[in-house]
Design a protein around this ligand. Structure first.
Ligand SMILES: [Zn+2]
Length: 382
């Protein structure tokens, strides 16, 4: 089995007996109210999804990651994991505090190491390559505030997120992979319902690996992506009706999308390594948004990392439908010129579905189209 990033799978879940003591002495602790994104990150830290991170970053870690894509010890890491506040929190370094959600439920314990202020646009330029609020990831980052609290966390109680049953942690997935006897596992990142170009990449993964791990992001996404529930249902349909079920695992990843393009591709690869994947698919414009990133920057970044990330990257160029090949293909597998190529656009698919039109079968399977259309009827505008 592939080693977790940094060598050890982090586990920071408070044992039951100890939890009881904390709950009896709640009045002894200062507390901080945190949002859903932060609670999802706490859980990802505590269950090893973000190994080797043991907590929210202190300033030294943030600066090291932002400037040189590595943690202070040299381990490759590309995305800051921060606990942000809009106003200076009234706790101090050295405090052991409780993190509670907006409903007042205590979810985690945090040992505060440092409270510091960050230059939001500067961090955005380093990580996202832009400080523009037109970028949904940057806008979301700004909205969280410039005060950061760094330090280790311990999970007390899992967040009440929808689709809990759909989420496997790295300990689970590693055990499943071992049980199934898989040696090579291809990780697939997605935030949207599957169309035929996704399917092309997934079938590629099924050819290469013993198993395919489809791991859609269930956290915050920009409003024009499909809802998490719809994405999961569509995948379930695809897997049950078309794929060899015993060669695919579907599991949600509860973290927000950052839309940080190339840097997020590295982050996504590290996470899948922690789940036990040996390979990770990076397509055209991975985790990109609008025209903010060169479509192949997310491929090139893997050639200039400050160290080895220890997972094999399957780089795939743009996939399209070729009207002469009469199938999905890429530059590498189709010899025809541009005018025969139809690129799949999720925006176009959504537009068609919203108007009650089925996209062509070679773009989107009709049964999946029907399911997606129903999601519009249920959720109205989305
Ligand atoms: Zn062709």
């Amino acid at each position: 089995m592939i080693q977790p990033h940094g060598g050890t799978l982090v586990s920071k879940i408070i044992p039951e007996k100890e939890k009881q003591l904390i709950l009896e002495d709640l009045h002894l602790y200062p507390f901080l109210e945190v949002d859903e994104d932060a609670l999802m990150d706490v859980e990802n830290i505590a269950t090893g999804v973000f190994s080797p991170l043991k907590g929210f970053m202190v300033e030294e870690e943030l600066l090291s990651v932002a400037h040189s894509m590595q943690l202070p010890d040299g381990t490759v890491w590309s995305i800051p994991i921060l606990l942000q506040f809009r106003e200076k929190p009234s706790v101090s370094a050295g405090d052991r505090v409780l993190l509670k959600d907006s409903q007042g439920v205590f979810r985690a314990v945090m040992d505060i190491k440092e409270i510091y202020k960050i230059d939001l646009p500067k961090v955005a330029r380093l990580v996202w390559g832009t400080d523009s609020e037109e970028h949904p990831g940057v806008k979301h980052f700004y909205s969280k505030g410039e005060w950061c609290v760094g330090g280790e966390v311990w999970l007390l109680k899992e967040a009440d997120i929808p689709f809990r049953d759909w989420i496997l942690n790295p300990e689970d997935t590693r055990r499943i992979f071992e049980y199934r006897g898989w040696k090579t596992i291809v990780g697939f990142q997605t935030r949207n319902a599957p169309h035929r170009a996704h399917e092309y990449l997934q079938r590629l993964g099924l050819e290469i690996g013993d198993g395919l791990f489809i791991n859609p992001v269930l956290g915050w996404k920009k409003s024009d992506d499909f809802s998490s529930e719809t994405v999961l249902k569509a995948y379930q349909l695809l897997i049950n009706n078309y794929y060899p079920r015993n060669r695919v695992i579907l599991s949600g990843l509860a973290t927000s999308m950052r839309y940080a393009g190339p840097r997020e591709a590295v982050f996504h690869a590290i996470i899948r390594k922690n789940f036990g994947c040996t390979h990770f698919v990076v397509g055209r414009d991975h985790a990109g948004v609008g025209n903010f990133y060169d479509p192949y920057a997310a491929h090139r970044i893997f050639d200039s990392l400050p160290g080895d990330i220890g997972i094999e990257i399957i780089k795939v160029s743009a996939v399209f439908y070729c009207s002469l090949c009469e199938c999905m293909a890429s530059d590498k597998s189709c010899g025809h010129s541009k005018e025969h190529r139809i690129y799949v656009s999720m925006t176009e698919i959504r537009k068609a579905l919203r108007n009650g039109k089925l996209p062509p079968q070679y773009i989107l399977r009709p049964d999946i189209a029907e399911l997606l259309m129903k999601s519009y009827q249920v959720t109205g505008a989305r």
